[in-house]
Ligand binder design. Structure first.
Ligand code: PMP
Length: 354
C-alpha cells in the first residue's frame, strides 16, 4: 500500500512522475536505451535540459525578463557560498529566520561583511521578523522564504533597490509571488521539483560581473550560463525527473492552480491543530507555512499512542526536526488532500480516544 508520505525532503513526488521516470530508466522513449546511459551531449538529453530550463522560467513568470535558469549540483548548501562568492563585494544583509539562514550567513562571512538585518532566534525561530529597515548600501539582501524546520513562511518581501536573493528550497512553485522581485533564487530540487541531486538557480544576468575576485569555474554562475547549464556532466536523472514534475505542474494549471490546493491542505491541518485540544501549533499563526506544519502534543504521554496510530494509518515522516521536537507535516505540491485528511482523521481519533 502506498503510504501517506509527509517527509520534509526528499519527499513525495507525483505518482505519474515516479511511473514515467521508472519507465525511462529502463527504456527512454522507446529508444532501447536508459535515460541514465545516454550521453548528456545527445540531442535527447539536451532537449530535456532545455525543456526543464524553459519550464522553470515559464512557470515562475520570468521568461523574457533577463533571467537564466540553471540546474546545478551541490545542493542548496553550495548556493549558500556560491551566491556570496559571485555577489558579495563589500557588504551583504541577511534576514535570519532559522537554521538554513544561519548556514547561509556562515558561508557568506568567508567573502565579506555580513549584517544580520533581522532575526527571530530569540524565540527559536517561531515567527518571521517584520518592520526592519533595509540599508541602501548592501550588495544584496538574503532571505529564506520558507523555513522547513520551523514551519514559518515569509508572506511579504520588501520593495527595495537592493538586489534580493532568496533560498526557496522548500516552497518554490507552491505559491504565487512576483518572482521578478528577486535577482537570484535558488532551490534544492528535493521538495517541490524532483529527486535530490540538482539545484535550480534562477539568476538575473545583470547582477553578475560586479565582484573583483576570481571565481573558480564550477562556482561561477557566468560559466554555467555560458555553457547552457552543461559546463560539466549534469545530474541527468535528477534533471529529467524535475522536468517531468514541472510538466505535471504546467498541465495542472501552473502555480496558480497548485496554490489553491496548497491553501486548502494547510487550512485543513491548521484548523485541526487549533481546534483539537491535544495539539498545539509551533509557529506564530500569521507566519505559518503552507508547506511544513509544525505542531506538538500538549501531553507528551500520548506520544506512543499517537505514533502507533500514525503507523497503523500508513502515515510516514511526521516526526519533527530535533531542534523543534513534536511533529512536522510537510505538504509539498504532490501531497494530496486525501493524505492530509488521513492525518487529520488520526488526530481527531486520538481526541476521541484520549
Ligand atoms: N535551505 C532550505 C530551506 C532547506 O530546507 C534545505 C534542506 N532541507 C537546504 C537549504 C539545504 O539543502 P541541500 O540539502 O540541498 O543542500
Amino acid at each position: 500500500m502506498k503510504k501517506h508520505n509527509f517527509s520534509a525532503g526528499p519527499c513525495i513526488l507525483p505518482q505519474e512522475v515516479f511511473k514515467e521516470a521508472s519507465d525511462a530508466i529502463l527504456n527512454y522513449n522507446n529508444s532501447g536505451l536508459s535515460i541514465i546511459e545516454i550521453s548528456h551531449r545527445s540531442k535527447d538529453f539536451v532537449d530535456i535540459m532545455e525543456e526543464a530550463r524553459t519550464l522553470a522560467l515559464e512557470l515562475l513568470g520570468l521568461e523574457g525578463k533577463g533571467y537564466k535558469a540553471l540546474f546545478l549540483q551541490g545542493g542548496a548548501s553550495t548556493q549558500f557560498l556560491m551566491a556570496a562568492y559571485n555577489l558579495l563585494q563589500s557588504k551583504a544583509g541577511y534576514v535570519n529566520t532559522g537554521s538554513w539562514s544561519e548556514k547561509a550567513i556562515k558561508e557568506a562571512k568567508l567573502f565579506g561583511e555580513v549584517i544580520e538585518i533581522a532575526s527571530s532566534k530569540d524565540a527559536n525561530f517561531n515567527y518571521i521578523p517584520k518592520g526592519y529597515e533595509v540599508p541602501a548600501d548592501l550588495d544584496y539582501l538574503h532571505y529564506t522564504s520558507n523555513n522547513t524546520i520551523f514551519g514559518t513562511q515569509i508572506k511579504d518581501f520588501p520593495t527595495t533597490n537592493v538586489p534580493l536573493v532568496c533560498d526557496m528550497s522548500s516552497d518554490i512553485f507552491s505559491r504565487q509571488l512576483d518572482f521578478s522581485k528577486f535577482s537570484l533564487i535558488y532551490a534544492g530540487a528535493q521538495k517541490n521539483m524532483g529527486p535530490a541531486g540538482t539545484t535550480l538557480v534562477l539568476i538575473k544576468e545583470d547582477l553578475l560581473g560586479k565582484v573583483q575576485r576570481q571565481v573558480p569555474s564550477m562556482l561561477d554562475y557566468q560559466v554555467h550560463i555560458g555553457k547552457g547549464s552543461m559546463f560539466n556532466t549534469p545530474p541527468v536523472f535528477a534533471v529529467y525527473t524535475s522536468m517531468l514534475t514541472l510538466r505535471w505542474l504546467k498541465k495542472l494549471g501552473g502555480i496558480e492552480a497548485i496554490e489553491e490546493v496548497n491553501e486548502k491542505k494547510a487550512k485543513l491541518i491548521y484548523s485541526e491543530i487549533d481546534l483539537n485540544p491535544l495539539f498545539k501549533g509551533f509557529a506564530a499563526k500569521e507566519d505559518r507555512s503552507n508547506m511544513n506544519a509544525t505542531f506538538t502534543l500538549v501531553n507528551e504521554d500520548l506520544k506512543e499512542t499517537f505514533d502507533a496510530m500514525c503507523v497503523e494509518a500508513g502515515i510516514n515522516g511526521v516526526n519533527g526536526h530535533r531542534s523543534v521536537g513534536g511533529y512536522r507535516a510537510s505538504m509539498y505540491n504532490a501531497m494530496t488532500m486525501e493524505s492530509v485528511a488521513a492525518l487529520v482523521d488520526v488526530m481527531g481519533d486520538l481526541e476521541r480516544k484520549a
